[in-house]
Design a protein. Structure first.
Length: 86
């Protein structure tokens, strides 16, 4: 047992890779990694992954970039406070 969020994210990726028998090409692996990262990031930010992807594909711009959202949320708390939450 552990409580390391990075380890939990990596473990999820390994489990899904094992279930799907991995990818067949380097491009497939890169796409898989990109989308898994987007899923994890949107989940942590409380944003719907599907709504985010739909917003990006349709180029509506209703949802700010993930970098902007992360910057805004990180400015709300001091670094020391964010460590205490984990």
């Amino acid at each position: 047992m552990h409580n390391n969020p990075a380890e939990l994210a990596a473990r999820t990726m390994v489990q899904r890779r094992n279930i799907s028998y991995a990818t067949q090409t380097l491009e497939g692996t890169q796409a898989w990694d990109t989308f898994m990262s987007l899923v994890a990031t949107t989940r942590k930010l409380g944003i719907s992954f599907f709504e985010y992807v739909r917003d990006r594909i349709s180029q509506l711009g209703n949802i700010p970039s993930l970098a902007t959202i992360i910057r805004e949320q990180s400015s709300l708390y001091s670094f020391g406070y964010s460590l205490m939450l984990q």
